[in-house]
Design a protein around this ligand. Structure first.
Ligand code: ZN
Length: 386
């Protein structure tokens, strides 16, 4: 058989030319697309910088439609939706990313994390929890656990919070001893208040003391539980322990220490603990408790209230001034009530406690801030003394 070489000579250039044309066409098409995609992208970026988020989103959607494989653009769009509170759209973007089989593992983890944030911001806490749990074993794991921890705390799910805090502690993500003690104290408070189960409450509080020996709350709460059951001696002993373990918290229990001390005939012990603390750190609550102790031991109020003056010499204090004034007789007796009320009104806001983390102010003392949910963020001192 003879080959017809002329076909071959003619065919090769034709195939070559067709291939070249096809490649030119593809390249041109690609160039047009590439030129259009960045254009839409830059347009979006420009809008974003001008804080025109609506227009930015339109431009990004256009860019994403032209090139559905642009992962970064999807992330940007998803974050933008979330920040604007359009959670449903944010979820759709991130779920779309997750549905892509070609997505690299690192982007898949990132999308899963973004999805968890969407649910969290949307307040869909069950779905957020589920999404966060899926981040186990990824580079977002510790972050996810910290978020889970705050979720469980918000839901007051103390056993779950305990499990997560223990895992975080094992991974050296911080010191969780005090937090774990707080969880036990919370469970103790519920056992006592809701179920009247003093025994369980006190066992939980003893566990909390073992968990964080230098924490003030378990000892104060245990003393309160013992006193509520009529065991003043044990309550007093737990309050006295504060001097060695958490002396900064003594102002919080100063007047309780005097009350129980007086009841037990141990006023002098209470007084000496308070005097020692006052010498290191003069606080108006301790000054006040020492005045109460003097009165309890038989000193007249008129004489005992000199304690307020001694305190004011050291630390100018409107709170102490108001208390001292209440027993002062005026030359113009008719003025007493008005002056007293004015000083008390001025002193009242100064007698509050304030969260050091967020500035939330409260009449009472909180172990966890109702404003920012931080633990131990209230210094045990009145605003006037901060
Ligand atoms: Zn706060």
């Amino acid at each position: 058989m003879e080959f017809d070489l002329s076909w071959l000579l003619l065919g090769v250039p034709i195939v070559f030319a067709l291939g070249w044309l096809a490649s030119r066409f593809d390249l041109r098409q690609l160039r047009i697309e590439n030129r259009q995609a960045p254009k839409a992208y830059f347009k979006g970026l420009n809008y974003l910088l001008n804080e025109q988020q609506d227009q930015a989103i339109d431009a990004f959607i256009e860019a994403v439609q032209r090139d559905p494989d642009t992962t970064e653009l999807h992330f940007a769009l998803g974050n933008l939706f979330r920040r604007r509170g359009e959670y449903e759209r944010a979820v759709r973007v991130h779920e779309h990313l997750l549905s892509r089989a070609d997505l690299p593992l690192s982007d898949r983890e990132r999308a899963q994390h973004a999805l968890a944030l969407d649910f969290l911001k949307a307040g869909l806490l069950d779905r957020a929890e589920e999404a966060l749990r899926k981040l186990d074993g990824t580079r977002y794991q510790d972050q996810a656990w910290l978020t889970l921890l705050s979720l469980y705390e918000r839901g007051r799910d103390w056993p779950q919070a305990t499990a997560v805090a223990q895992r975080l502690a094992q991974r050296q993500q911080g010191d969780f001893a005090h937090r774990l003690a707080h969880y036990l104290c919370e469970q103790a408070a519920t056992a006592q208040a809701k179920h009247k189960d003093f025994q369980r409450a006190q066992q939980l509080l003893r566990d909390a003391i073992a968990q964080a020996p230098d924490a003030a709350r378990p000892r104060i709460q245990l003393a309160g539980s013992m006193a509520a059951q009529g065991d003043s001696a044990t309550a007093f002993a737990h309050l006295l322990e504060l001097e060695d373990h958490a002396p900064q918290a003594l102002p919080l229990v100063a007047s309780e220490l005097v009350r129980i001390g007086n009841e037990l005939g141990e006023l002098e012990r209470a007084r000496s603990v308070l005097r020692r603390r006052y010498a290191v750190d003069p606080s108006v609550d301790i000054a006040d408790a020492l005045v109460q102790a003097d009165v309890a031991s038989g000193v007249s109020l008129k004489q005992a209230r000199e304690g307020y003056v001694r305190h004011m010499v050291q630390e100018p204090s409107l709170i102490a001034a108001a208390r001292w004034l209440s027993q002062e007789s005026f030359a113009h007796d008719g003025a007493h009530e008005a002056v007293q009320r004015s000083v008390e009104d001025a002193a009242r806001p100064l007698a509050r406690y304030r969260c050091a983390a967020c500035g939330f102010e409260a009449q009472g003392y909180f172990w966890q801030c109702p404003g920012c949910q931080a633990w131990d963020s209230f210094p045990p001192r009145r605003i006037e003394e901060l």
